[in-house]
Design a protein around this ligand. Structure first.
Ligand code: ZN
Length: 409
């Protein structure tokens, strides 16, 4: 089916550059963008007038936890205390199917309401909760990269799996759900080194060696966590080396936080072509430390932004871009840099920039329309207004895979 939209297009080009095209016609055929032109391509198709909005590529959230939605704002200034006091008790509750349905429903709908078109999601260890999350993503039409969390040590009994069972179940879910439609991809999700035995991570590393699926985990978020990892994994020379030795680094591995890294670790990440997910709001909330953006850029490691619910407080990616700018005390970044980090930069981190992240012919039709002042013509000013002055109520329409999944008058 053909669809034509009349709008104002703001497209990311690079870390430094974006392009603004006022009053243009975007043609979508089925789920693909087919043309962007000054004149409509076909006068027989009804034209959807979105000229009071700026059209952006659908926002990408590279790291968030679906079942932590209700513990947002539960304050602790330390990661491990926060996990033990709020996160683990909440995730235990998700073994209840009705509770899981209720949270997944709220989370997926709110992601879409906030203009997110692609989200990388952590479920919990529960198979049921994972399947519920996939079904909700399919029902509401969100592009999703998602995994069942793996945990086999150092965690509450109700959240501790047997090693082989964790591996078997994850492989089964991967085989069943990866690419079940073009909206769902499976992501192996060992939670973090402190809740995964080396045996578990190594078995996973062996399994994924030849198939290169997505993998997501946390890395070096908090100083106490880093110290504990060194105690538990004495054969590794660093936190990153634990993952390296286990064989779970690779081009489709997403490492959240990556705050307290030395140069050797940065080299390992660069060499493995893994990506980093920066979660500034969450880092601020848990007093985890400052992301060394300067270094990450110096090492040219692909990275993008994550909301990291529930240490992150909301799902609106322009808000996280705002936090990213606020959090860099000694390194100047501008709104275009931050905008790139939740659009094309994130798509590059996912190795998906040929499919999503900007609005171009042959890419998937994933777009977010935001009602904002359209009298500006400079891309940096438009993006600056998006990041510093808008909120989710300004998101007027979200299209994912060519389908309108959120719309308001
Ligand atoms: Zn997280």
């Amino acid at each position: 089916m053909k669809k034509i939209i009349f709008t104002n297009l703001l497209n990311p080009i690079s870390w430094e550059k974006a392009e603004y095209q006022k009053e243009i016609y975007i043609t979508i055929e089925d789920n693909i963008i087919t043309s962007i032109e000054k004149e409509p391509q076909c006068f027989l198709t009804t034209i959807d007038d979105m000229s009071d909005c700026v059209c952006y590529p659908g926002f990408i959230d590279l790291h968030t936890h679906i079942y932590q939605y209700d513990i947002r704002g539960s304050y602790k200034n330390n990661l491990l205390e926060w996990l033990n006091n709020y996160t683990f008790p909440e995730e235990i509750k998700v073994s209840n199917t009705d509770y899981a349905k209720c949270i997944a429903d709220k989370m997926i709908q709110n992601l879409i309401y906030c203009g997110t078109s692609t989200a990388c999601l952590y479920s919990t260890i529960h198979r049921n909760a994972f399947e519920i999350a996939v079904n909700k993503a399919l029902k509401f039409g969100l592009r999703t990269i998602i995994g069942k969390v793996m945990m086999d040590m150092n965690s509450p009994a109700q959240l501790t799996e047997k090693t082989q069972q964790s591996i078997n179940e994850s492989i089964e879910l991967y085989k069943t759900f990866d690419n079940i439609t073009n909206l769902i991809e499976y992501c192996f999700t060992p939670r973090f080194a402190l809740s995964c035995s080396f045996d578990l991570m190594q078995k996973l590393g062996q399994y994924i060696q030849n198939i290169s699926p997505y993998v997501q985990t946390h890395l070096s978020e908090n100083i106490d966590e880093v110290k504990s990892v060194k105690t538990y994994f004495q054969n590794a020379v660093s936190y990153t080396d634990v993952y390296n030795q286990a064989g779970i680094l690779g081009p489709k591995t997403l490492l959240a936080h990556a705050i307290h890294l030395d140069n050797t670790e940065l080299n390992l990440i660069k060499k493995s072509r893994s990506s980093i997910v920066h979660c500034p709001d969450s880092n601020f909330f848990l007093k985890s430390g400052t992301f060394n953006l300067n270094k990450i850029l110096e090492y040219q490691i692909p990275f993008g932004l994550g909301s990291d619910i529930g240490a992150g407080t909301n799902l609106y990616m322009p808000y996280h871009a705002r936090m990213m700018i606020y959090r860099q005390d000694n390194f100047q970044i501008n709104p275009l840099n931050a905008f790139y980090s939740f659009t094309l930069g994130s798509a590059e981190a996912l190795k998906k920039s040929n499919q999503i992240g900007s609005i171009q012919p042959l890419k998937f039709a994933d777009m977010t329309f935001v009602k904002q002042d359209i009298t500006y013509t400079n891309p940096e000013e438009i993006v600056s207004k998006l990041i510093f002055t808008t909120n989710p109520t300004d998101v007027k329409k979200v299209i994912v895979n060519g389908k309108t999944i959120h719309e308001k008058d």
